[in-house]
Design a protein around this ligand. Structure first.
Ligand code: ADP
Ligand code: MG
Length: 695
């Protein structure tokens, strides 16, 4: 026996890449443990429990069927293109199978007389019944048919269904099938047992209500969705409790800086701004760290709210840091806030990656000594060399542009230096509206404040969708606007595949517009320009010396030039809706009626048409987000980086809201009454994922 074991090990050693590969591929799907494999549930099923005769299958147009027959012919044909053509026949009729991609070795399976079971869509070709690329296997006569539906799993590259099925059923044989829900609770909630549900979903009997299986309303699915939501709610609540155990500086002083600022404000805060400011004040006054997302549509006035939170931190004797995703945006914040607060004696440090070394060192010294009370900048803020004296509040603008790790790095800046560790309060801002249900369920532990009102005096933006063959009319329109003393943005198409191409397009557009409008100053900004160059162009545009600004998407966030009232976006169909909304938000900031022209390339697909229609119909960012969500689904909406790696695989927040509510109640109860169940349930459903949820 020991000898044979040794042999196996030796064999494994001689072929490690292969053995490793399967595990790696599984790991890439997040399938590292047996339980993860067991919870890798099918996305659909195939019915291989029946064989249809080829003749009668010919009448079942469209849907997949399974047939069985004996090979009568096998050929490699070269016209119209190289393909493997196999004919099988049963008692009723012959069937031609075509394989456009095939291995030479495949012909060996189709030796005349071999019996083949094939499954695919059967259609009528010129030569009778045909299947293109059917799934097939070689079988012996009388081979039994499966008694359950065949599961089809989400698979990664190079992972076959066979391999997944095998790995999953092996895992099912190994795991301990304990139900994490106490029996009494399970019955009270009218939920199916865990083991029965999982087994049924992997191997459903053919007589099952297929519809309930497909739309996941079957009780077995309900159990899975409930478990998943319960794990999420538990981990959310636990993260909240853990946060309360951390220390933070209470920033509760409304002192001379805040008071002076409020006195000199150039406008009065909207009711919504006042409300969110109160929410923030309440949080930062506590001795545990705030984690709050400030949401507000573009132009709703988030900056001033953030600045008021910062002054309160400073009045309380701490530093505040404001981080923005681009230099342009950071610079705008800097200017605006400096204009508001420097007259009141505030010392602001400016820190970005492009600073000269000498200036960087000077800024860092100011931050380290505490002389700088407010620090504004880009990613450079969380680099290792930067040490804060007393960081009390971190503000992250356009937070969705930063990765979880980046935000965490800045938050950790508070823990250095001081004798008592202080975690800074965190205020994140976003104009990419995330529907509340999504925010609450996708981000582990986050309070949400919402500015749901625009400052007074804004005129709504009118949006038109225009076929790009009518470009000349659009150029005319830009000209007319400029003659009336207004300014315009011209946004170049997004070319995801190639930055170079995007740059080229922008340069060409700039040239073309300059030629078409010789009496107009046309400027150009793009991502490859040096920050100083960019700033120069932006400044000229702000001062009105440049009337038309050709831009790549660098202007997407935050730019604020009230006199600009016309926006042209080329190839609007290539942009995401939230991006279009952000871009459009650059106009409509002054008193003049603003117009946004979305140029598209026809023909438009159905979804593209729908999406541009949404842009025309509404300027409400939340409505846009809601409808975008309907079209796209939450995973894509948030992006993998933010969605906690598609934390919810089974439950759907729109249709399963009732389950979310129930899971929330149960979570609360379990945390109070039954911690062992909490532990067991989280271990099963989250495993290593939980860490990710805490940021
Ligand atoms: P966003 O929420 O998109 O970051 P900003 O903070 O840049 O919006 O504000 C947009 C513009 O509205 C700025 O010019 C700002 O000074 C102005 N603003 C903010 N609050 C008010 C208000 N209560 N009344 C009038 N104008 C305001
Ligand atoms: Mg902003």
């Amino acid at each position: 026996m020991p000898r044979s074991t040794q042999k196996t090990t030796a064999a494994k050693k001689s072929a490690p890449p292969r053995a490793l590969k399967v595990e790696d591929k599984l790991a890439r799907l997040g399938l590292r443990s047996d339980m993860e494999l067991v919870l890798h549930l099918p996305m659909r099923y195939e019915d291989e429990t029946e064989v249809t005769s080829i003749a009668s299958a010919s009448f079942m147009g469209g849907s997949a069927v399974q047939v069985e027959g004996v090979v009568t012919n096998c050929d490699i044909q070269f016209r119209p293109r190289r393909q493997l053509v196999v004919t099988i026949t049963d008692e009723s009729a012959p069937l031609t199978m075509r394989f456009l991609n095939f291995y030479g070795s495949q012909t060996k399976q189709f030796v005349e007389g071999n019996r083949i079971r094939a499954r695919g869509e059967l259609r009528h070709g010129f030569f009778g019944a045909e299947m293109v690329h059917p799934n097939y296997k070689v079988i012996l006569e009388g081979a039994p048919l499966p008694e359950v539906l065949t599961p089809v799993y989400p698979a990664g590259e190079g992972l076959s269904q066979t391999l997944l099925r095998r790995a999953i059923s092996a895992a099912m044989a190994r795991i301990e099938w304990r139900d994490t829900l106490p029996e009494a609770l399970r019955i009270e909630l009218a939920l199916e047992p865990f083991e029965a549900s999982v087994r049924l979903l992997h191997n459903p009997p053919p007589e099952i209500d297929e519809y309930a299986l497909m739309d996941r309303s079957h009780p077995a699915w309900v159990r899975m969705k409930f478990d998943e939501l319960l794990a999420q709610q538990l981990s959310l609540k636990r993260a909240q409790l853990a946060r309360r155990d951390k220390g933070a500086a209470p920033l509760s002083v409304i002192g001379p800086l805040t008071q002076g600022f409020l006195r000199t404000l150039p406008f009065t805060l909207t009711a919504a701004q006042q409300r969110v400011l109160l929410e923030i004040r309440q949080d930062i006054g506590a001795a545990f760290p705030m984690q709050r997302l400030l949401q507000g549509d573009v132009g709703s006035g988030k900056t001033i709210v953030a600045a008021l939170a910062a002054t309160q931190a400073i009045d309380s004797g701490y530093q505040a840091a404001l981080m923005a995703p681009t230099e342009i945006l950071a610079e705008q914040h800097f200017r605006k806030i400096a204009q508001w607060l420097e007259p009141l004696g505030l010392n602001i440090a400016w820190l970005t990656g492009s600073l000269k070394k000498k200036d960087k060192i000077a800024a860092q010294a100011q931050i380290e000594s505490g002389a700088a009370q407010l620090v504004i900048g880009t990613h450079a803020l969380f680099q290792e060399a930067v040490q804060f004296a007393r960081l009390g509040l971190v503000i992250v603008d356009e937070q969705h542009r930063f990765g979880v790790g980046q935000r965490l790095a800045l938050r950790n800046k508070g823990m250095q230096g001081e004798a008592v560790p202080v975690v800074p309060h965190q205020l994140m801002m976003s104009a990419t509206p995330i529907p509340r249900t999504l925010a609450m369920t996708y981000y582990a532990d986050l309070e949400v404040s919402l500015i749901d009102e625009l400052p007074p005096g804004r005129t709504p933006i009118m949006t038109r969708n225009i076929d790009q063959v009518r470009r000349e009319e659009v150029v005319e329109r830009v000209h007319a606007a400029v003659l009336e003393g207004r300014q315009a943005y011209w946004v170049c198409p997004l070319i995801e595949e190639s930055e170079a191409l995007q740059l080229q397009t922008a340069t060409e557009t700039h040239l073309a517009l300059s030629e078409a409008l010789p009496d107009v100053q046309v400027g150009l900004v793009h991502g490859r320009m040096k920050p100083a160059e960019k700033q120069q162009v932006m400044d000229a545009f702000t001062r009105g010396e440049v009337q038309v600004l050709v831009a790549t998407t660098v202007i997407e966030v935050g730019v604020d030039v009230p006199n600009a009232s016309l926006m042209v976006i080329e190839h609007a169909e290539r942009f995401g809706l939230s991006q279009l909304h952000q871009l459009r938000g650059r106009v409509g900031r002054g008193a003049a009626a603003s117009v946004c022209l979305l140029l598209y390339q026809s023909p438009l697909g159905q979804i593209a048409r729908q999406r541009l229609g949404i842009m025309r119909e509404t300027t409400d960012g939340f409505e846009i987000a809601r409808r975008d969500l309907q079209i796209r689904g939450p995973g894509e909406f948030l992006g993998a980086r933010q969605s906690g790696q598609a934390l919810l695989r089974f439950a759907d927040l729109e249709t399963d809201q009732w389950l979310v509510d129930r899971a929330r109640d149960v979570a609360q109860r379990l945390l109070k009454e039954d911690l062992p169940t909490v532990e067991a349930h989280l271990a099963r459903w989250l495993g290593a994922r939980e860490e990710f949820l805490k940021v």
